[in-house]
Structure formats: structure tokens, C-alpha cells
Write a protein that binds this ligand. Structure first.
Ligand code: APR
Length: 312
């Protein structure tokens, strides 16, 4: 059986770490692409040379062009600039829009049947852009954000309750920004709603810390943004697609009326399989949660309008 093929565009912190994680698992050959001469080649060779020790027989190559990426099953897009302290994800909008536009054009020419996984921020707007530029059906563009936001939420809830992170089932929906929506009503620990286990003021603080989770890391790092948790989240999505696991995961998907949102990428529960987004799962939200999701979608729509007005 031949291995799957995964391309990762952007050999920076998020891209190279995702490439390393996928290579380590051994089930996919990896192509790492970056605009900087030598960077993807050097990192790919370094990762390849870890294979004899880690036990991976997969291949990984680096390139500054796209020929090597032909026929990829999944293309993860991490190219772009990252946040520095004091910047919001939205501050990256127009720079990253241009990068994502050119990258998607190149990728699609080589892999017309691939599944695109934008990761570059601001994520929801970049997914919208990738969808517009690729001309792909909505099922084959799916952004990574919700698993990361949810992982942060689960980490903080597990710390609070002193239980395994695996015992926490949580959902964070909406745009990947300040208005993201940790859905407390659907968040349970060992079968019990967390709202019954954690006092309201503590739970509110955990929700806030989740919403600010990216900034917390940026403030520590100062020169860039998070990449270990983001790359782990990428790998979970890649696996659900390559192995057709049909996991239901919070991902950024194109909504066609679901949740009352039309024509926009927003984070929602998605059934993710080898067809990409196979279903949007509609939760019963409380009226507060539903209103928060609409506000979050409005924030995404504003960014999309700025992009549309900027052209390019
Ligand atoms: N084509 C290919 N690669 C590009 C291009 C391009 N047109 N433009 C920039 N890049 C590359 C850069 O050369 C760099 O190596 O993208 C890489 C980005 O890496 P980092 O600066 O380390 O950023 P990273 O932390 O990986 O974040 C990338 O993901 O999580 C988001 O907000 C984050 O938008 C940011 C993206």
C-alpha cells in the first residue's frame, strides 16, 4: 500500500512542527514548501534524518516550488506572518490574504482533488479566501482552529477539576478570534456538565483564558505565536481525513444556512472524513450561545468584506 501524501506550505514554526509530527507517525509522505530558499530543504532533511531513530520510513522533502506537491491528499497552509505582542489576528489580514491567494493558486494547479486545510490567521477569513480562490466544493476546504481552542479549554478545565484532559468533552465554536464561543452548555467532565462542577466565576475566568489563549502564548514568546498545540490539532484533522475516521471535531467550515449563517466560514462541529467536511453537525444552542455565535460570525463577515474591498 502506498502512503498518503501531505503537503505543508510554510516551513515556519507551525508548518515545520506539523510536518515533523506527521512524518513521525510514518503514514504519509510529506512535502514542506516555503518561499525562503533553503529553509524547507534544510528542515525536511533534518526531519528525514530523525527517521532511523524515531522509526519512520516515510519520506519528507523540502521545496521552494510546487511540482513536488502534485497529487497531495491534503494540503495544510501555514504560510504567512504570525502575531507579535499587541497584535490581534485581524492585524494580519491583508498581508496574509495575498500570501494565501498565491499559495492556493499554486497548490490547486498541482493537486486539483486535494483537501485544503488553511491554518494561517485570521483563520476564518483565510479559509473563505482559500475557498474563493480554489473554486473547490465547500466540502474540500476546512480550516484548523476549533480543535486548538477546544484543547486550550480542555486543558484549563482539567487543571481546575484535577482530572484527565481525556475526561473533558468540550466545544469551542465561532470564529477563531476574541469572539470565539466556548459552548459551556455542551461541555462535560466524566458525563457531568462542567457548569455543575465549577463555580460560575471560576468557569467565566476559564472561558476568558480560553478566548485569550493565543495572546497568552504570544506574550510569553514575544517574537511569534503558538505552534505546538496548533500543530497537534492539524494532525488530528489530517488523520480524520486520511483514515476516513469521520470524527466529529470543531473545524472551520463553509456554512450554507446551518446555524442561521449563510455563505461564511465559521467554526462548527464537523464530521471529517476522506471526503473532507461530510456533515455540519447542528447543536442545540441556548439563546445566549446562539447570539454569541452570530456575533462571532458577524466579526468574520467584517473581515471578509475588508478583503473583498481590497481586491487582489
Ligand atoms: N509561500 C510560502 N511560504 C511563505 C510565503 C509564501 N508566499 N510567505 C511566507 N511564507 C512562510 C515564511 O517564510 C515562514 O517560514 O511562512 C512561514 C511562516 O512561519 P512563521 O513566521 O514561523 O509563522 P508560524 O508561527 O508558523 O505561523 C504561521 O499560522 O497560526 C498561524 O497566526 C499564525 O498566520 C500565522 C501562521
Amino acid at each position: 500500500m502506498s502512503r498518503s501524501k501531505v503537503t505543508v506550505v510554510g516551513a515556519g514554526n507551525v508548518g515545520a512542527t506539523a510536518a515533523q509530527r506527521i512524518f513521525d507517525k510514518g503514514y504519509a509522505d510529506v512535502v514542506l514548501v516555503d518561499i525562503v530558499d533553503g529553509l524547507p530543504q534544510g528542515k525536511a532533511l533534518d526531519i528525514l534524518e530523525s527517521g532511523p531513530v524515531s522509526g519512520s520510513d516515510a519520506s519528507i522533502v523540502g521545496a521552494n516550488s510546487y511540482e513536488e506537491t502534485a497529487g497531495s491528499d491534503v494540503v495544510v497552509i501555514t504560510s504567512g506572518i504570525a502575531r507579535k505582542p499587541g497584535m490581534s489576528r485581524d492585524d494580519l489580514l491583508l498581508t496574509n490574504m495575498k500570501i494565501v491567494t498565491s499559495v492556493v493558486n499554486e497548490v490547486v494547479a498541482q493537486s486539483p482533488d486535494t483537501i485544503l486545510m488553511p491554518v494561517t490567521n485570521p483563520l476564518d477569513a483565510m479559509a473563505q479566501r482559500a475557498y474563493q480562490v480554489s473554486g473547490f466544493p465547500k466540502q474540500r476546504v476546512v480550516g484548523m482552529a476549533g480543535i486548538l481552542d477546544t484543547a486550550r479549554f480542555r486543558t484549563f478545565l482539567a487543571m481546575e477539576l484535577d482530572v484527565s484532559v481525556e475526561s473533558i468533552d468540550a466545544w469551542v465554536l465561532g470564529g477563531h478570534g476574541d469572539s470565539m464561543v466556548p459552548v459551556v452548555g455542551s461541555t462535560i467532565a466524566g458525563g457531568q456538565p462542567v457548569s455543575k462542577l465549577i463555580p460560575k466565576d471560576r468557569l467565566d475566568a476559564i472561558v476568558k483564558r480560553t478566548q485569550d489563549g493565543g495572546a497568552e502564548i504570544v506574550n510569553y514568546l514575544k517574537t511569534g505565536s503558538a505552534y505546538y498545540a496548533p500543530s497537534a490539532a492539524i494532525v488530528q484533522m489530517v488523520e480524520s481525513i486520511l483514515f476516513d475516521k469521520k470524527q466529529i471535531l470543531p473545524c472551520t467550515a463553509y456554512l450554507d444556512g446551518e446555524y442561521g449563517i449563510d455563505g461564511l466560514f465559521v467554526g462548527v462541529p464537523v464530521k471529517l472524513g476522506d471526503g473532507g467536511v461530510e456533515e455540519i453537525v447542528e447543536f442545540d444552542l441556548t439563546s445566549d450561545e446562539s447570539a454569541a455565535l452570530q456575533r462571532s460570525a458577524d466579526a468574520v463577515r467584517e473581515l471578509v468584506e475588508v478583503m473583498d474591498n481590497a481586491g487582489g
